[in-house]
Design a protein around this ligand. Structure first.
Ligand code: ZN
Ligand code: ZN
Length: 146
């Protein structure tokens, strides 16, 4: 489990690698992610298509096995005004394992910033595909719904 850099992209193999990348990215963003959770469908599958609207703060994942849709975190509150765009990897892949990370407000357990780490199932690319300032309250409740 080590991240390797090819050109400007990072490639990893395990969820820990994705976590490392979310940590690196979030430090550069000055709001370090400190709590993490991996997405899993009710059918136990762990790869998804991902659509986001960073302006509205909405992310929706679609299970690649059973097709069920899920609005991640607090996205349901903002979904009405969202203009979701699908993410595609530089390799053309559209199936990702998702690892969410959140930064917290000092001295609290309240979400301050949300990061979505993705690991491409086809080429192993690992990166943060979307992030935004997020006032979602309790981190455990938020991460329990990703
Ligand atoms: Zn599923
Ligand atoms: Zn890829």
């Amino acid at each position: 489990m080590t991240l390797k850099k090819k050109g400007k992209y990072w490639y990893g193999t395990t969820p820990e690698d994705t976590r490392t990348e979310v940590g690196r990215y979030s430090k550069l963003n000055a709001h370090e992610a400190v709590k993490f959770a991996a997405s899993a469908c009710a059918c136990n599958n762990r790869t998804f298509k991902l659509e986001t609207d960073e302006d509205e703060g909405v992310a929706r994942r679609t299970c690649t096995a059973c097709g069920s849709l899920h609005l991640m975190g607090d996205g349901e509150q903002y979904a009405d005004g969202a203009n979701l765009e699908a993410h595609e990897c530089v390799c053309g892949g559209e199936a990702f394992e998702l690892l969410s990370g959140v930064a917290l407000y000092d001295g609290s357990n309240d979400v301050r910033w949300y990061y979505i780490g993705c690991h491409c199932s086809r080429c192993q690319l690992t990166g943060v595909f979307a992030d935004w300032k997020c006032e979602a309250g309790d981190a455990e409740a938020f991460l329990g719904n990703i």
